[in-house]
Design a protein around this ligand. Structure first.
Ligand code: SAH
Length: 252
């Protein structure tokens, strides 16, 4: 059995209890060294063999996973945040299926949640936005034409943009072309939940200059939307006049 484990967004105590237990039991760990906090590896056994996948191809990763599993070892593949977002786990799982090897996935706290905590933000505010678009600019990995930033911007919902810190001028243009007013609030969250976390508030039109001012080139998320400017309706759920399954509302 191979365990795919979400490491969380950065802080080493933001892995799940289950993920921590799997790491403590592991005989082999292959971790995504470009973003996983190496301090997490301190909880591994002294005898645990550790591989950094930043220097490896898919084939090399699979060889370590499959070889370890065939020797009856506890094998953990440690991915940053939650593995379901930009994690490249499907290709690993498909290869394991082809070999008849079973695996499980342990979720993690994604960086988009870490960024919300850094911002002390609620992405879904009544009367403002009830949806979150998680996307990226096209880079060396293409994005389908039907999913352009411009097309999502039409909705003016909350948007969290991954993997795009090097393209902020273009990102602003696309957001504005799609319909966000230029002065829509935005934020750059660098290394959310790491000790070196930085939060910079700006506007959609000033993303690039803000990143340049603070020297931010990677490991950041861009959050866009009116949820960042403090205006909203209070919730119905906690409204005294609102009846729910658990509570009888009182007439005003
Ligand atoms: N599976 C991961 C995302 C991997 S893609 C997750 O759930 O978070 C890598 C991108 O995620 C980075 O380029 C950056 O845009 C973002 N990212 C990952 N960790 C981050 C963090 N702690 N703070 C800000 N952005 C982060």
């Amino acid at each position: 059995m191979i365990q795919f484990v979400g490491a969380g967004p950065g802080a080493e105590d933001l892995i799940t209890v289950r993920g921590q237990k799997l790491l403590m039991e592991a005989d082999i760990v292959v971790y995504a060294g470009s973003l996983v906090n190496p301090k997490l590896l301190d909880m591994c056994k002294e005898t645990c063999e550790i591989f950094n996948s930043a220097y490896m191809t898919l084939e090399e990763v699979l060889e370590v996973l499959i070889h370890g599993e065939r020797e009856g070892k506890h094998v953990v593949r440690l991915h940053t945040g939650d593995p379901c977002l930009y994690g490249a786990i499907k290709e690993q799982m498909d290869a394991l299926d082809a070999e008849g090897i079973s695996y499980e996935v342990c979720p993690g706290v994604s960086s988009f949640c870490g960024a919300a905590s850094a911002l002390k933000a609620e992405y879904t505010l009544p009367g403002i936005s009830q949806s979150v678009v998680i996307t990226r600019m096209a880079g060396r990995t293409p994005v389908p034409d039907s999913e352009s930033i411009r097309s999502f911007a039409v909705h003016q919902a909350t948007m969290v943009i991954f993997l795009s810190t090097g393209m902020l001028g273009e990102l602003s243009k696309e957001l504005i072309a799609g319909g966000y007013p230029e002065d829509t609030p935005a934020a750059i969250v660098y290394k959310a939940t790491w000790p070196e976390e930085e939060v910079h508030h700006c506007e959609v039109r000033t993303l690039k200059e803000t990143a340049e001012k603070y020297g931010i080139r990677k490991t950041a998320l861009i959050v866009v939307g009116s949820i960042l400017n403090g205006d909203y309706r209070r919730s119905e759920l906690y409204n005294p006049a609102f009846t729910t399954e658990f509570r009888q509302g009182k007439a005003e």
